[in-house]
Each structure stands twice: as C-alpha cells, then as structure tokens.
Design a protein around this ligand. Structure first.
Ligand SMILES: C[S@@+](CC[C@H](N)C(=O)[O-])C[C@H]1O[C@@H](n2cnc3c(N)ncnc32)[C@H](O)[C@@H]1O
Length: 287
C-alpha cells in the first residue's frame, strides 16, 4: 500500500486512452459492445466512487478492452483480474501490462464473463459490455462486494430508483436487496469511442446486510418478478394472477394470511423490505 493507503502505484503516468487503442491495433466494434472510454477525467473518477473502506486487495474488471480503466485500477489496487472476451484485446492487455502480469499484479482471463469461473475478488470496477448488464450484475451482486459499474443511463437509473417512481421495478428491488445503490455520475456519449447511442451512468453498489430475512432467495426474486408483471394491479390480484411465475401452489392462502394494507398496495409502492416480508410469508403458507 502507498502512503495514502489506496494501493500500489505502477508506472509514472496514466496511459493515454488514444495511444492504448492504437497499440491494441483494433478499434471498438459496437456490435461487440466495445465502447472505449477516451475521457481521462471520467476514467480518473471511476475508482474514487468505491466506498471509502473498500478492500483493494483484488479488484475485478469485466471487459478490459484497450486497458484505460485497467491502468487506473492498477494504480489503486494491490491486484487486478480482468476478464476480456475478445482475443485481440486480451492479448493486447497482456502485452501492454507485461510488467504487472510478470509481477503477479495483473491476471488477464480470456473468456465470456457470464461463463468463466470468476475469482474471489474484493471489489469490482467495470465499464460493462451493455448487452450483458443484467446477467452480469446478478452474477456479481450476490457476492456481497462493493461494485462500481458503468451501465446505460436508463438501466443504472432503474437499478437505483426509489419506490413510488416510474423507474422503480423488479431491477431496483432485486439490486437493492443486495446493497445501497446510487448513481454517481451520468456520462455523456462523447466520453467513449465509438460513441454509444445513449448516455451512460456510473453506479455504486455498497453491500449491506439486509435488515430482514429471506430464506429462499430464488423464490424471493421470482415473487418480485411475478408481482411486477402486474404492476398496475393490487398486490392481492398480483399474487392471485401469477402463480405460474412465482411458483406459489396456494396463492389464496397467501392472500388470506397477508396484511390488508399490503394487499391494497401496488408493486411500485412496495419497498424492498416489504417485498421480503411478504415473500417470507408467502413461502411459509403458499409454496
Ligand atoms: C464497454 S467496453 C469497455 C472497455 C474498457 N474497459 C473501457 O472502459 O474502455 C466492454 C468490453 O467488454 C468486452 N466484452 C464484451 N462482452 C464480453 C463478455 N461477455 N465477457 C467479457 N468481456 C466482454 C468487450 O470486448 C469490450 O472490450
């Protein structure tokens, strides 16, 4: 660790994004979710969004590309593992950061982040391939580690949305079940090359032990999904209409046992803790 306590430093200066892309020998292909960060100021800020007391012993990055974020992560972390599916960029990362690879400070895993065995990591910081935002998030969230992730703006805002807003939905409840979710920054299209069609958002997820119990995590997530397919209906009707999604064998028993105030609500007005309490009851009497 350096004197500022934020990990080791490497090299003298941050590598220039344009030079990194040139040395990779390939430009980004939007069809492969390759939108590379070229705005140094944004890249510099990303690691600073990690919660203060984050353990930086082993930071995971999904989708390294030319390595501009990898470079900054090596500045703050003791060790970095980067997963990159595209061989051209995986090879480039190994070449570009050969010293760090040699020193055991950087591991480059070539493969699909949805399929590959992920290492134990202490935090994850990534400008994600947008096409796998949802699936990779739900691989990372249950690990209970701090995450700083770049998403498409609308996706990030839905993840962080509060109950009662139009963006609040299944994604918000499921993500906030694992931690406190904030949008740290909206990033304009111009910060990337090639530019994506829409703006992006940097989102922080700070893990938190839930202040409620969920014994059957899978049922909880299915139950939330089921109720949001009926978001305009009351919870009472939502429970009755969706046993094929929630897996409940006796939805009427759940309706009979649940609190009348809750049954009158709609999914968009239920906080994650209220969903969890209802799911716990539903699992007990209706599964
Ligand atoms: C949005 S770019 C980010 C690149 C770099 N971190 C940056 O910020 O400039 C996403 C990267 O993820 C890679 N990628 C796409 N799908 C992937 C997958 N399923 N698993 C691992 N990497 C993937 C792409 O090749 C690309 O390099």
């Amino acid at each position: 660790m350096t004197s500022d306590g934020r990990g080791q430093t490497h090299g003298d200066a941050a590598r220039d994004p344009d030079a990194l892309i040139r040395r990779a020998g390939a430009s980004g292909d939007p069809d492969r979710d390759q939108h590379f960060l070229v705005d140094d100021r944004v890249v510099d800020r990303i690691p600073t969004y990690l919660p203060e007391d984050t353990d930086l012993s082993h930071v995971l990055e999904i989708g390294g590309g030319p390595g501009v974020l990898t470079d900054r992560l090596l500045d703050v972390a003791d060790r970095v593992t980067v997963v990159e599916q595209d061989r051209t960029f995986a090879d480039h990362l190994r070449r570009e950061f050969a010293e760090e690879v040699e020193a055991g400070r950087l591991t480059v895993l070539e493969g699909d982040a949805l399929e590959i065995d992920l290492p134990d990591f202490s935090a994850c910081v990534s400008n994600l391939p947008y096409g796998i935002s949802s699936e990779i998030s739900f691989r990372l969230l249950p690990e209970g580690k701090p995450l700083v992730l770049m998403f498409q703006k609308e996706f990030g805002e839905r993840m962080a949305a509060e109950s009662g807003t139009s963006e609040y939905g299944r994604l918000s409840v499921s993500a906030q079940h694992y931690g406190d979710v904030d949008v740290c920054e909206i990033v304009p299209r111009e910060a990337f090359d090639p530019q994506p069609a829409v703006q992006s958002a940097i989102v922080r997820i700070e893990p938190r032990a839930p202040d409620y119990e969920v014994d059957d995590e899978e049922f909880f997530l299915d139950f939330v999904k089921a109720l949001f397919t009926q978001r305009r209906k009351t919870i009472r009707n939502g429970i009755r209409n969706t046993p094929h999604i929630s897996g409940l064998s006796d939805p009427d028993a759940v309706v009979e046992a649940a609190d009348e105030d809750v049954l009158r609500k709609r999914a968009g007005n239920m906080a994650p803790a209220e969903f969890a309490e209802l799911a716990q009851l539903a699992a007990d009497v209706g599964l």
